[in-house]
Design a protein around this ligand. Structure first.
Ligand code: HEM
Length: 424
């Protein structure tokens, strides 16, 4: 029995993610009635929808049995998949970053940057990140008693941090933000390149490819520069990284920059914006964390669970397998639904409540296993430091209008969070 078509159409509908409740209800129903089942929305190949926390971990743990790169890593229509394969000489991907790789390449490419993103190496960055955070808090104070926390702070602060880590000059940050929003907001007429409502994924592929080409042109020049004049930045590590003693492939190097320059801020921005939205709606939680900064790491973890900015990744079975008593066939496509895993009633008590003291809080928002988010420690540190700086000065916060979310089904979160506040 497959998932009813109206639910199948909902779980891939960018507007359902913008709505919030609609997507939560669809996944709650699936967890209750058919936690691991096949969906076939109109125009799509069938795929398994993995909704339970335990099953997501089980798939992620077995990265040789469930591959990333064999088919598209994000859900796509038959038509759009055909178009990408035509453009890319048979490959189902527009880029080839860690996300699209499997072993042995995945291990070899991940090793190039992994060390520099470990907590012990990030510690040296904390003082500089604090300075950046303080700058944004000062700017917020100068705005008076109102701002759009998403646009004025949350979109810009993680952008500035990752661009400095990467080595992109400040003057190019608006361009990087725009390109990122065009990439992840391809279905959102406020954000995409053509400013149009995209009703069909394949019609948006050309504009997606033109965004990727713009990124590549930018980073190609940067690679040449860092090969000639290496510096202390991530761009130099990527440009001079070796795989089996040879320089990285061109597509792979470009894709490495693109993932760092996009996933490296948009996810953290969404989480930061969503956290303040949740605090404004839960004044008791705000009062607690303001009074006791030792609760900040708990707030960070809960807001990552709450927002879950990466909505899914796809995997492909490399052999026949059994999962939660169901028979998965070789070649089957699976959707790992992180937002569903993070609202799983079997793991989280009262999952639809925002609780900064939730312990344990073993969410799957960063994924798990071999592909687990490479930037998780940086993301946590950025948010902790911002909240430490902001709560020292923020006396009160409330919503000043209705927040909105991006129309997208892959990486997304709040688009606007208007607030009224008092600062000391
Ligand atoms: C992978 C989420 C921040 C870089 C991932 C994955 C998720 C994720 C779900 C896929 C994991 C899997 O397949 O198991 C998030 C969230 C973030 C965040 C929720 C912030 C709250 C960052 C930052 C960076 C980053 C700041 C940049 C340094 C990456 C990279 C991968 C990745 C390079 C690919 C790893 C691989 O396939 O081996 N992230 N991410 N992310 N993330 Fe993040």
């Amino acid at each position: 029995m497959t998932i009813p078509v109206e639910i199948a159409n909902t779980i891939i509908d960018p507007k359902a993610y913008a709505d919030g409740d609609r997507i939560d209800q669809a996944f709650a129903r699936l967890r209750r009635e058919s936690p691991l089942e096949v969906a076939q929305p109109d125009g799509f190949d069938p795929f398994w929808v993995v909704t339970r926390h335990a099953d997501i971990l089980e798939v992620e743990r077995q990265n040789e049995l469930f591959h990333n790169g064999d088919r598209s890593t994000i859900v796509t229509t038959i038509e759009a998949d055909k178009k990408v394969r035509e453009m890319m000489g048979g490959s189902p991907h527009l880029v080839r970053s860690l996300v699209q790789m499997d072993n042995p390449d995945h291990f070899a490419y991940r090793r190039v940057t992994q060390g520099s993103l470990l907590p012990q190496n990030l510690r040296t960055l904390e003082a500089r990140i604090r300075e950046i955070a303080r700058g944004f808090v000062d700017r917020m104070a100068q705005q008076g008693d109102r701002c759009d926390f998403a646009r004025d702070v949350a979109f810009l602060y993680p952008l500035h941090v990752i661009m400095e880590v990467l080595g992109v000059p400040e003057a190019d940050e608006p361009r990087m933000l725009k390109l990122t929003q065009e990439l992840f907001g391809n279905a959102d007429p406020d954000l995409n390149r053509d400013g149009k409502v995209v009703t069909d994924i394949s019609a948006g592929i050309d504009s997606l490819q033109s965004v990727v080409m713009d990124f590549m042109m930018y980073f190609n020049a940067m690679t040449e520069d860092r090969r000639a004049n290496p510096r202390e930045d991530l761009a130099s590590i990527i440009a001079n990284g070796k795989i089996d003693g040879q320089p990285m492939g061109h597509l792979e190097a470009m894709s490495y920059y693109i993932i760092a320059a996009t996933a490296g801020h948009d996810t953290t921005s969404s989480t930061t914006a969503g956290a303040l939205w949740a605090l404004a709606e839960n004044p008791d939680q705000f009062a607690r964390v303001k009074a006791d900064p030792s609760l900040i790491p708990g707030l960070v973890e809960e807001s990552i669970r709450w927002v879950t900015p990466v909505k899914h990744f796809m995997r492909t079975a490399t052999a026949d397998a059994e999962l939660a008593g169901r028979k998965i066939a070789k070649g089957d496509w699976l959707m790992l639904s992180y937002p569903s895993g993070n609202r799983d009633e079997a793991v989280f008590e009262d999952p639809f409540s925002f609780r900064i003291d939730r312990t344990p809080n073993k969410h799957v928002a960063f994924g798990y296993g071999a592909h687990v988010c490479l930037g998780q420690h940086l993301a946590r540190m950025e948010m902790r430091v911002l909240w430490e700086e902001l709560f020292a000065r923020l006396d009160s916060v409330e919503l000043d209008g209705t927040p909105t979310r991006m129309t997208a089904n892959f990486v997304c979160g709040p688009k606007s969070v208007p607030i009224r506040f008092k600062m000391n």
